[in-house]
Design a protein around this ligand. Structure first.
Ligand SMILES: [Zn+2]
Ligand SMILES: [Zn+2]
Ligand SMILES: [Zn+2]
Length: 476
């Protein structure tokens, strides 16, 4: 599908407009940019069709370092170089700030990061036809695992060259892969973690030591001295008198380290306020938007590798995307899910225990209804829906209970040491927990059907037991 982004350049003088236009046209994005021009006075009336505004600040406004409020996605071009301009522009809605003179090497990544990381772009690629053709291309490329590679030019410091090779487009491959993983087409493995600025989501952050008292960065490391007889603690420099060390408090000369004095630790001393501390405070400064914050105020962002699931291979093989695969949606997010093979082995063990020791156990099958319908109406929400449902469902279980994905819509549960009546109590508890998930109602009121069978000596094999449970579904 051909995508078009509408770019409006506001307030540029003739020459600047020509330069911007030439730069944009040189970029050779596969997505077309429809470039137009507007006066500053008409900025507020720009339509919702504007994907990106490049606001070129007039010299007079720049001289006063005044920043207007931006409604559209905006790259703010200014010749005000005051320290606070970055943060002010971001607070007023700018997505990027560029300083004059404008360099193409700065402009193009900024455009790219604003447009290709936008929601519009991401959603354009999520139709079934687009997804299918993308999966086919991945399958044919022979890449088994799509790995991230680091690059300072990408917003998260990482990109996926394999995907770039396939799409041939500069786009946000990662959000695309994430969206497809949410729909069960990829499994993810953690590869790296970056910390992003809370305000602009950039990873270009400067970590620096500052004085905990006055926040000055003029803080230097030194050696501390502790004089035992009088208890005075100060920097080595304050003890120095010629070749000797003399205590500034009691005026005694220090002679033997370990006996009359010690050098306990390194310390940091602030050149601004003279405060002495064992550890400076680490402060972060975002180099993109100017935000200053503490390390724990940043946003943690995981970087993954992606591998196609059987569900995806099946779609490639058959040429259609069929329904939903619970397993693909759930396995990534829950550690308490077992595979079907293990589950069947557990069932077998329980059957033997029942026959030998009359220890009761129950098999429950839980079928999530309307999942195809949700997939059809809310393809981007189905993973979220199923995972929340599963979380509520697991809350009703004990640690000893075993859970697996039985088939595309059904979960299997083994309740050890539980008879039929006990299992009904559990089912009711799960049912109640699910009905409390009111935040899912917007998408679909959760409906889960249960089939409960207590294992006993009449079940000769695991298959007998499972077919009994399946038959119960059929009976309603
Ligand atoms: Zn200080
Ligand atoms: Zn002393
Ligand atoms: Zn920032």
């Amino acid at each position: 599908m051909k995508k078009v982004f509408n770019v409006v350049i506001v307030g540029a003088r003739e020459e600047e407009y020509r330069n911007l236009k030439t730069s944009l046209e040189s970029a050779r994005f596969e997505t077309s940019l429809a470039i137009s021009r507007a006066e500053v006075t008409s900025m507020q009336r720009l339509s919702g069709q504007t994907d990106l505004m490049i606001y070129c600040q007039e010299e007079e406004e720049a001289a006063q370092c005044h920043v207007p409020v931006f409604v559209n996605k905006t790259i703010f071009v200014t010749s005000c170089y005051e320290k606070g301009i970055l943060l002010e522009a971001f607070k007023k809605g700018a997505a990027y700030v560029l300083f004059r003179p404008l360099y193409r090497a700065e402009l193009l990544p900024a455009i790219r990061n604003v447009l290709f990381f936008s929601k519009k772009y991401r959603e354009a690629n999520l139709s079934d036809a687009s997804v299918l053709s993308f999966l086919k291309d991945v399958a044919e490329s022979g890449v088994t695992v799509i790995e991230p590679v680091s690059s300072p030019f990408k917003p998260t410091g990482h990109f996926y060259p394999d995907v770039l090779k396939i799409t041939g487009e500069l786009e946000n491959e990662e959000a695309h892969l994430d969206a497809l993983a949410d729909r069960g087409f990829f499994t993810k493995q953690l590869r790296n973690r970056v910390r992003l600025c809370e305000m602009c989501e950039s990873y270009q952050i400067n970590y620096r030591e500052v004085c905990p008292a006055c926040s000055s960065i003029d803080i230097v490391k030194g050696q501390m001295v502790h004089h035992f007889p009088c208890g005075h603690v100060d920097s080595l420099e304050t003890f120095r008198q010629g070749a000797d060390l003399v205590c500034p408090k009691c005026e005694e000369t220090l002679r033997h380290i370990g006996i009359d004095y010690e050098k306990p630790t390194d310390y940091f001393k602030c050149a601004q306020c003279q405060t002495i501390v064992p550890e400076p405070v680490v402060e972060l400064e975002c180099l993109v938007c100017g935000l200053v914050c503490r390390p724990d105020e940043t946003v943690e962002k995981n970087i993954y590798s992606y591998e196609m699931t059987p569900h995806a291979w099946e779609a490639v093989r058959s040429g259609v995307i069929k329904g939903v695969d619970l397993g693909a949606l759930l396995y990534d997010h829950h550690t308490n899910l077992y595979n079907k093979q293990y589950f069947e082995l557990e069932l077998k063990r329980e059957l033997i225990r029942t026959k030998r020791y009359h220890a009761p156990f129950t098999l429950i099958l839980a079928r999530i209804e309307k999942i195809e319908e949700i997939q059809k109406n809310h393809p981007d929400r189905v993973a979220w829906y199923v995972n929340n449902l599963f979380r509520a469902l697991s809350q009703g279980l004990r640690e000893l209970d075993t859970t697996c994905v039985w088939d595309a819509q059904t979960l299997g549960l083994i309740l050890a040491e539980t008879d039929f009546d006990g299992a009904l109590v559990v089912v009711n508890r799960i049912h109640d927990a699910i009905q409390k998930l009111e935040y899912l109602f917007d998408i679909c009121r959760p409906e889960v059907s249960f089939s409960v069978v207590q294992g006993d000596a009449s079940h000769l094999t695991v298959d007998d037991l499972v077919s009994r449970a399946m038959a119960d579904f059929a009976d309603g």
